[in-house]
Design a protein around this ligand. Structure first.
Ligand code: BLA
Length: 516
């Protein structure tokens, strides 16, 4: 019987210090001054013609020859290698082994890493072809009218460039879980579109690596890892940080997971929005291992950058019409308030009122201690208690689609008011506007029960966490939540508050003048 344990083990695994690489390339760790080889991957002979013991302590010229190593020095000086992997040059090792692409970067702990990736002439696409495919893909992406259409195009484009059997756009939710929001797949494969995966499937160390590099490739998930020789750096006695290495040997939790999913090769690119990890484009090959040459990887990486830049704009465009309607409704309402010299028009039955254009079912106005309500709201006493709770919080606005999580008494507001958007006029005061949204029951399709505890394999005598083995569809009905508040709705509420506060200040000023 497998025992159960806690998933935080996955969040603690130091995946960057695996001390080993995948076998489709070779790696050297060099000393800065003489470019002397301090560590070499055990497979160096296949790529560079010499085994590690013939390389350690030698200058890199032993592998590349004098003229290529002089050129390498110039390239190293010309690039900032601390920001990530740089394609330095193509090299022909002295030993007559096949030519390689040579990548370099400096690790966070200050070591210079060179990675050799064999030039595959047969699979190579030309620079004009790379340009053409990225250019055509961008053109089609730009013409997409909604964010959904944009991702539907993006996965088709990435699949056309990579030839992977399954390409998915995966979007993270605030709790770290994620959903497959678009998918392009080969005939006969079972779709994952719409499935949700728990946060633990992509633990924090993997997310950190995703933020550090745009693209990661695992050409053969069933590979045997190749250790670095010696395993630890001779000067520091510690393994070097391989976070940005493209050959890094990955965690066995991940390869085990892929095996359970029937995946033989992967390519994963990062999607960032405003510098934050927003999602991934995840490519899987099921029938056989699949290696992508540098030129194709570069095309995909370029596309991932573009998708990251464009998706923010598409997202804003998606809500453009709604944003305009909210703006117009706000202007009319503020006009009505200025004429009345009070915020009460917000609650009148006729439009414009505080519900005009906004997707909410009820609103309450608390002004100078008096409460007014419109539409579906909780009872008066409940709203007053809620407003007192808000007044004790920092910040003049509050938005939640799951109010009872933050404010447990709201459990009794279900299903009338599961979500709240609120603004207050001033710190410490409960006066302000509160909008309510009813419960929105949805069925979430999980790929495997996210609440099922993880398994540990104690067959080896030592307890080890096992990757998830069950991907059976598990349906969860999410209750007690409303539709989430959009950024443009929160902005609308904040703008309306500004207008009302202006009005109150003007009114106070008028009273002061009259009383003088
Ligand atoms: C890594 N898991 C990952 C990565 C992805 C996923 C995308 C990053 C891979 C990369 O950057 O190359 C998971 N891929 C998915 C999911 C989808 C997908 C969910 O396409 C959905 C369609 N994995 C587990 C469990 C653990 C775990 C239970 O399922 C831990 C207990 C661990 N996943 C795990 C680890 C890594 C990982 C440790 C990092 C691997 C590495 O880079 O060393």
């Amino acid at each position: 019987m497998p025992a159960t344990t806690d998933s935080s083990n996955c969040d603690r695994e130091q995946i960057q210090f695996s001390g080993a690489i995948q076998p489709h390339g070779a790696l050297l760790v060099l000393g800065e001054t003489e470019l002397r080889i301090q560590q070499a991957s055990a497979n160096s002979e296949a790529f560079l013609g010499l085994p590690p013991d013939a390389l350690l302590g030698q200058g890199v010229a032993r592998v590349l020859g004098k003229s290529a190593s002089a050129e390498l020095r110039e390239r190293l000086a010309a690039h900032s290698l601390s920001a990530g992997l740089v394609h330095l040059m193509t090299v022909q090792p002295l030993a007559g082994t096949p030519a390689c692409h040579l990548f370099g970067h400096r690790t966070a702990d200050g070591h210079l890493l060179l990675e050799f990736d064999r030039l595959d002439e047969a699979a190579r696409i030309s620079a004009p072809d790379v340009y053409q495919s990225v250019h055509a893909a961008l053109h089609r992406l730009q013409s997409a009218e909604t964010l959904q259409a944009f991702f539907d195009h993006a996965v088709v484009e990435v699949r056309a460039i990579t030839g992977f059997e399954r390409v998915m756009a995966y979007r993270f939710a605030a709790d770290g879980s994620g959903e497959v929001i678009a998918e392009s797949l080969a005939a006969g494969l079972e779709p994952y579109l719409g499935l949700h995966y728990p946060a633990v499937d992509i633990p924090e160390p993997a997310r950190r690596v995703c933020r550090l590099s745009w693209l990661r490739h695992l050409p053969d998930a069933g590979y045997h890892s190749v250790p670095l020789i010696p395993e630890c750096h001779p000067e520091t006695g510690a393994p070097v940080d391989l976070s940005r290495s493209f050959l890094r040997s990955v965690s066995r939790m991940y390869t085990g997971y892929l095996k359970n999913m029937g995946v033989k090769a992967t390519l994963v690119t990062t999607l960032l929005k405003d510098g934050q990890l927003w999602g991934l484009i995840s490519c899987m090959h099921h029938s056989a291992p699949r290696y992508l040459p540098f030129e194709t990887r570069a095309a995909v990486e370029c596309l991932a950058h573009m998708v990251s830049l464009l998706m923010g704009r598409k997202d804003a465009e998606d809500h453009y019409a709604y944003r305009l309607k909210l703006g117009e409704a706000r202007e009319q309402l503020l006009d009505a308030m200025f004429q009345a010299n009070a915020p009460h028009p917000a609650l009148r039955a006729a439009e414009p009122n505080a519900l005009s254009a906004l997707d909410a079912e009820g609103v309450a106005l608390l002004d100078k201690g008096e409460l007014h309500r419109l539409g579906q709201t909780p009872a008066e006493a409940d709203i007053l208690a809620l407003a007192e709770w808000l007044a004790r919080r920092d910040g003049l606005w509050f938005a939640s689609h799951e109010l009872a999580e933050a404010y447990p008494p709201a459990a009794s507001f279900q299903p009338l008011a599961s979500g709240l958007l609120a603004v207050r006029w001033a710190p410490g005061s409960p006066d302000g506007l509160l909008w309510f949204r009813p419960e929105w029951r949805q069925v979430v399709h999980w790929a495997g029960d996210p609440n099922k505890p993880m398994e540990i394999d104690d067959s080896s005598g030592e307890a080890r966490l096992m990757p998830r083995t069950s991907f059976e569809l598990w349906k969860e009905t999410v209750a007690g939540q409303s539709r989430p508040w959009l950024e443009c709705e929160i902005e609308h509420a904040i703008e309306l508050r500004h207008g009302i506060v202006d009005l109150i200040l003007r009114h106070t000023e008028q009273l002061r003048r009259i009383n003088r």
